[in-house]
Design a binder for this molecule. Structure first.
Ligand SMILES: Cc1cc2nc3c(=O)[nH]c(=O)nc-3n(C[C@H](O)[C@H](O)[C@H](O)COP(=O)(O)OP(=O)(O)OC[C@H]3O[C@@H](n4cnc5c(N)ncnc54)[C@H](O)[C@@H]3O)c2cc1C
Length: 468
C-alpha cells in the first residue's frame, strides 16, 4: 500500500512542549518566563493530565506530613492559586483525630485535593496569562531528527502539521517523543516488561463522610481489608485487589475512589487500553453497588463521574546516560545537580499482585523503612536527559530511573518540579547547548531565585509520620 503524509508547515517555536499534564504545564510556564516562545500540544481536550482527564484530583509529593512545602516554585504557586480560586484545598489534620478524610492515612495529608473540572479553566487562564500557546486534540506523532529534532509532527482534526523547533520537552508521561526520536527507552520490569496496574478513577456524590469518620474514629473499624476479605469469601468481591482508597472531594459529599487495579494493561497499546476502559467502567459500577450495601457512609452514594482518561502509572522510561537507582538513594547521595525533591513513598504496586508493594512489603527493613519515616527524595537534573537527541528533555513519570524509584518520583508535585527545571534549562538548549552539557548550576540558581527548593539544607524539617 502506498500512502504519503502531507503535513502543513506550522510556525517555528523555541520550545514545543508535548503533553499538558503537571510536568508539561510547569515546563511551559517556566520556559515562557525565560522569554522563550512556547507551544504546548495536548492529545486530549484539557490541561492537567492525570489530575484532570484521569480525575486523580490530588497533587501529592509536594508537602510534608505537617503541611510544609517540600516542592516550591510553580507547584506551590499553582497550589496556592488554585486554593484562592476555589478549586483546591490545603487540608490539615483535624485536632484530636486519627482519620483524615482528604486522604487515607494521616501521613498522606501532604496532598492538595482538587476539583478536576474547575482546575482545567484555572490552568487555561494561567497558561494564557503567561503567554503560552496551547493546542488541544493535537498529538505528537513524529519527529524529523538526526541527533537533533528539527521538526515535530503533530496530528489533529485538520491533519498533520510540522513545527520547526529548537528545543522539545517531552512531557507525555510515556516518553512518546523520545521513542519517536529513537532514544533508548525501557518499558516496565526488566525481563517480562510488565508494568504496574492501571486504574480508572471515579468520583461519587451523596457520600456521608460524617458516618465514615465517626465509624472509623469510634470503633477503629471497619478495617477495610478484613471487610473485603469477608466479602470475597461470600463471592461478593470478585476483583483481584483488596484495597479501598477513598479521598474526600472539595464538596462535603464527594469521594474520589482510587480502588480499581487493572492488571495486565499495556498503556502503549490501543486494544489493551480499550479493554481497560471497558473493564474499568464495569468495575466502577460493581464497586458502587458493593459500597452502597456494605461500606459505612456510602448507602446513598451515586456516580458523579468516571474518568474519561485511563490512569496509567507506568509505560516507558528513558534510558539516560545516568539512571537514578534505589542504592543511590539508600546511600543518601548528594547530587550536585538536584533540581527538587519528592515527599512521597515507595508506591509502585506489583504488576501481577495489585495490592502488594514489593519494595515495601517484601524487602522489609532497611532503606524503605527509613524512607517511610520521612526522607525527601532528591531529583537530579540528569534523569531528564535522554541519550541520542541533543535538544530533547524529558520530565515527569518517564524519567531515567530504576523502576522502583518511580514510586516516589511519579507523583504530580515532583513532576511539576521536573517540568519547571526543564523549562528553565530550555533557555540553554535553545541557545545551542546540548542537553547533556546544560549547566545545571545555572538552572539551580534560577530555580532557587524562583522559590524552588533545590538544596537539602532548604528543606523544611519533616515531621515524623504518624500511623493510626
Ligand atoms: C490511578 C493513578 C492514581 C495516582 N494517584 C496520584 C495521586 O493521588 N497524586 C499524585 O500526585 N499522583 C498520582 N498518580 C501519579 C501521577 O498522576 C502521574 O504519575 C503524573 O500525573 C505524571 O505526570 P506527567 O506530567 O508526567 O504525565 P501525565 O499526567 O500523564 O500527563 C501527560 C499528558 O500528556 C498527554 N499526552 C500523552 N501523549 C501525548 C502525545 N503523544 N502528544 C501530545 N500529548 C500527549 C496526555 O494526554 C496527558 O495530558 C497517580 C497515577 C495514576 C495512574
Amino acid at each position: 500500500m502506498n500512502f504519503s503524509i502531507q503535513a502543513r508547515d506550522d510556525a517555528a517555536v523555541d520550545v514545543l512542549v508535548a503533553g499538558g499534564g503537571p510536568a508539561g504545564c510547569a515546563a511551559a510556564i517556566a520556559a515562557r518566563r525565560r522569554g522563550l516562545s512556547v507551544l504546548l500540544v495536548e492529545a486530549t481536550s484539557a490541561l492537567g493530565g492525570t489530575a484532570t482527564g484521569g480525575q486523580v484530583a490530588h497533587w501529592l509529593g509536594g508537602r510534608s506530613p505537617g503541611g510544609r512545602w517540600v516542592v516550591g516554585g510553580i507547584f506551590r504557586e499553582l497550589a496556592e492559586g488554585a486554593v484562592a480560586d476555589g478549586c483546591a484545598l490545603l487540608p490539615s489534620m483535624p485536632e484530636g483525630k486519627t482519620y483524615q478524610p482528604y486522604a487515607w492515612l494521616p501521613w498522606f495529608i501532604h496532598g492538595v485535593p482538587l476539583d478536576p473540572y474547575r482546575l482545567v479553566p484555572f490552568l487555561e487562564r494561567k497558561l494564557a496569562a503567561e503567554g503560552v500557546s496551547f493546542r488541544y486534540e493535537t498529538r505528537v506523532v513524529g519527529v524529523e531528527s538526526s541527533t537533533l529534532i528539527a521538526r515535530v509532527v503533530t496530528h489533529g482534526k485538520e491533519g498533520f502539521a510540522a513545527h520547526p523547533v529548537r528545543c522539545v520537552i517531552d512531557a507525555t508521561g510515556d516518553a512518546d517523543v523520545a521513542a519517536l526520536a529513537g532514544c533508548p527507552v525501557h518499558v516496565g520490569r526488566d525481563g517480562d516488561h510488565l508494568t504496574t496496574p492501571a486504574s480508572l478513577t471515579f468520583h461519587l456524590s451523596h457520600v456521608d463522610h460524617a458516618i465514615l469518620q465517626e465509624t472509623i474514629e469510634k470503633t477503629r473499624s471497619p478495617k477495610f481489608r478484613e471487610l473485603i476479605a469477608s466479602l470475597r469469601s461470600t463471592g461478593e468481591w470478585p476483583f483481584p485487589y483488596d484495597i479501598f482508597i477513598s479521598v474526600k472531594g472539595l464538596a462535603d459529599d464527594e469521594a474520589m475512589i482510587n480502588t480499581i487495579r487493572l492488571v495486565g494493561v499495556d498503556g502503549l497499546d490501543a486494544d489493551s487500553r480499550t479493554r481497560a476502559y471497558v473493564d474499568g467502567r464495569r468495575e466502577a459500577l460493581q464497586l458502587l453497588d458493593i459500597f452502597r450495601r456494605h461500606f459505612p457512609g456510602f448507602a446513598q452514594a451515586r456516580i458523579k463521574s468516571i474518568a474519561p482518561l485511563l490512569g496509567v502509572r507506568e509505560t516507558r522510561r528513558i534510558a539516560g546516560a545516568f539512571t537514578l537507582g534505589v542504592s543511590d538513594l539508600a546511600a543518601g547521595t548528594d547530587f550536585p545537580d538536584t533540581i527538587g525533591f519528592s515527599m512521597y513513598g515507595w508506591d509502585l504496586p506489583d504488576p501481577k499482585r495489585p495490592s502488594v508493594q514489593p519494595l515495601v512489603d517484601e524487602s522489609g527493613g532497611g532503606f524503605v523503612n527509613k524512607a517511610k519515616k520521612g526522607l525527601a527524595t532528591p531529583i537530579p537534573f540528569c534523569v531528564m536527559v535522554p541519550q541520542g537527541c541533543a535538544n530533547l528533555l524529558c520530565p515527569g513519570r518517564a524519567v531515567s530511573v530504576e523502576r522502583d524509584v518511580l514510586g516516589p518520583l511519579r507523583v504530580m508535585a515532583p513532576c511539576m518540579a521536573m517540568g519547571e527545571a526543564c523549562g528553565v534549562a530550555a533557555e540553554q538548549v535553545v541557545a545551542g547547548t546540548a542537553n547533556v552539557d546544560v549547566d545545571a548550576g545555572r538552572v539551580r540558581d534560577v530555580l532557587r531565585a524562583n522559590g524552588c527548593i533545590v538544596d537539602a539544607s532548604a528543606l523544611p524539617s519533616i515531621e515524623p509520620r504518624v500511623d493510626p
